[in-house]
Design a protein around this ligand. Structure first.
Ligand SMILES: Cc1cc2nc3c(=O)[nH]c(=O)nc-3n(C[C@H](O)[C@H](O)[C@H](O)COP(=O)(O)O)c2cc1C
Length: 192
């Protein structure tokens, strides 16, 4: 349990992934659990908060999501770049990645999914919205966000606060091949 994590109002949940951070998709079904990296996620509705994420049908994650109908999205900070690349380059079919990489989890409050707080900026618990055609044809899974929380050192009162003193929690943006850009500065556009 990370003392800095605070619940995020569901109407603000879309803001957690609005800027396209690489996420860690967590899943669990029966006695099995897993975590993988995903660069392709996005919000698709404010209220109720809905998101979409591409989870390839070859992954163990997809198998668990289809079995349970739920998944988590955890948003790793820059300090977890190596871990993000590692869980995106190995399969949970070859052994539990949480144990292998020493990832601490706690059960999410609504769905009981494994959520990661140490080194993460935020997490969301999501309930799959079954769209068999979209899942099969495009590997895209739609879901409703049913709980969310964020580290108040970087996201509070519905807003990100990207500063020099919270660098380790700046979000990761995948450039390909294990290279990431870190969200490091904010530009405010003037009113048109
Ligand atoms: C940075 C990064 C981003 C990735 N993004 C996605 C993605 O958006 N969708 C996807 O299906 N796989 C993506 N992958 C690949 C999966 O994470 C990878 O296939 C993983 O090994 C699947 O693990 P699993 O079999 O344990 O579920 C990404 C990998 C990396 C390293």
């Amino acid at each position: 349990m990370n003392e800095h994590f605070r619940p995020v109002a569901l109407e603000h949940a879309s803001r957690l992934i609005n800027h396209g951070p690489t996420v860690l998709v967590t899943s669990a079904a029966g006695a099995q659990r897993n975590v993988m990296a995903a660069a392709w996620s996005m919000p698709v509705e404010f209220t109720p908060p809905r998101i979409a994420v591409v989870v390839d049908k070859s992954t163990f994650t997809r198998q668990l999501i289809m079995a349970s109908g739920v998944f988590g999205l955890c948003i790793p900070g820059a300090g977890l770049a190596d871990l993000t690349y590692a869980v995106g380059s190995t399969s949970g079919r070859d052994g539990d990645k949480f144990s292998r990489y020493g990832i601490e989890v706690r059960p999410g409050p609504v769905l009981g999914l494994p959520v990661i707080e140490a080194g993460c900026a935020a997490w969301l618990e999501c309930r799959l919205i079954r769209e068999p055609h979209t899942e099969e044809a495009y590997d895209t899974c739609f879901a409703e966000v049913v709980a969310a929380a964020a580290d108040d050192r970087i996201f509070a009162n519905g807003h990100w606060s990207v500063r020099d003193d919270n660098e380790a929690l700046h979000t990761l943006h995948h450039l390909g091949g294990g290279h990431f850009a870190r969200a490091g500065s904010v530009i405010r556009a003037k009113s048109p």
